[in-house]
Structures are given as C-alpha cells and as structure tokens.
Write a protein that binds this ligand. Structure first.
Ligand code: ZN
Length: 199
C-alpha cells in the first residue's frame, strides 16, 4: 500500500487500516460498496427486524416508530450464546441503517466491552442519547465503520474525478452527510468541498 492511500494523521491512519482490514475480511474491493448485512453474519451479529420483536405493546411500538423515531437508530444486546442481537429502526432509510449497523459491527470486531449499564448522555448537538460503550470506543466504532463504508483512497479518487458527495454516497450506499464527514476527518474537505457539494 502506498502512503498516499492513507489519510493524514496517525489516529485517522490507524482507523483507516482497521477499516481496510474489515474490507479485506469481507473480500470487498476498495472501490466497491460494502454491504454491512453480509458482514454482520461474520461478526456473530444477529440482525432482526423490528416487527419480529414480540411482547411490545401497541403504544410502545407506535411511540418508537412515531414521535420517537428520530431518537434511536438501533439497539444491541448480548445473547447467552455469545451472539449479539441488533435491532434497527425500520423508519430510517437504507443509507442511515448501513451506517448504524456498521458501527455495531465495529464494536464487535474492535473488541469493545459494553458498559454494564448503558449511559444516558448528550451528544455533540445536545441531544439525549444512550451510550453503550466508552466514549472513545463510540468514536472509534463510528469512525472505522465510516472508513470501511467509504475508504479514503476511493473517496479521493472520486473527488479528483469531480464526483459530488451525493454521487459518492449513492455509489457506496451511504448518505451524502457521511461522505462529507469522511471528507472532513481525512482533510479532503477544504480542497474539494465546492465541487463535491455544489455539483
Ligand atoms: Zn456505538
């Protein structure tokens, strides 16, 4: 691998290498979209649909899919057999779901230990959220997951070709916001923001 294939900064270089390891494991080429649902099976993650949950009252179901649907993207818990169960919010689109599931997969692959009790905290935008892992682990899982979905070398190549963040998002099946987040953390933002956002 050439050094130019990795983003600047030791921290982000390490995240990128872990993400590339995940892609290697999934045998998906660097310029191809990664399907987290296929990867989940290797990670011992059992992904179930919301409508498969039994014992939820109608009002709870209505609440979670209605007024509260923006407050959660997914939930995970451990099963006695060592597998992890993930439930994804069915009201969120596929690109958002891909990022959520990828984060859960990364927690498993990176060996993060969940907090014994999930912590209710506020995110950067002041929104209340549940935190199941240490803050540093949450950052790493999200960052590595996003890097696995949109690898730096491919992102840079597509930006050089003049592709927009929306087009890149469609190609990798993620939101244009995630593409822009990747551009910012890998220092591609300043150089390419105009062509990526306006075209
Ligand atoms: Zn997490």
């Amino acid at each position: 691998m050439l050094l130019g294939d990795l983003p600047p900064g030791e921290k982000w270089r390490n995240f990128e290498l872990k993400a590339l390891g995940l892609r290697d494991f999934a045998r998906v080429r660097i310029d191809q979209p990664l399907n987290p649902f296929e990867l989940a099976r290797f990670a011992n993650l059992l992904v179930i649909r919301f409508d498969q949950i039994e014992g939820l009252s109608d009002s709870a179901r209505e609440h979670l899919l209605g007024v509260a649907s923006e407050d959660w993207s997914g939930g995970a818990c451990s099963l006695p057999n060592g597998m992890k169960l993930v439930i994804l919010n069915p009201t969120h689109g596929r690109s958002r779901t891909n990022a959520t599931l990828m984060e859960e997969i990364c927690h498993v692959f990176l060996g993060h230990q969940p907090n014994r009790l999930s912590i209710v905290t506020r995110d950067d935008r002041g929104k209340v959220m549940n935190r199941d892992y240490r803050r540093a682990d949450e950052e790493e899982a999200y960052a590595v997951g996003a890097a696995a979905l949109v690898p730096y070398a491919s992102l840079k190549k597509m930006l050089l070709e003049g592709r927009s963040s929306k087009e890149i998002g469609l190609h990798f099946r993620v939101s244009s916001e995630l593409v822009q987040y990747r551009m910012k953390v890998t220092h591609l933002w300043r150089e390419f923001k105009d062509s990526a956002v306006n075209s």
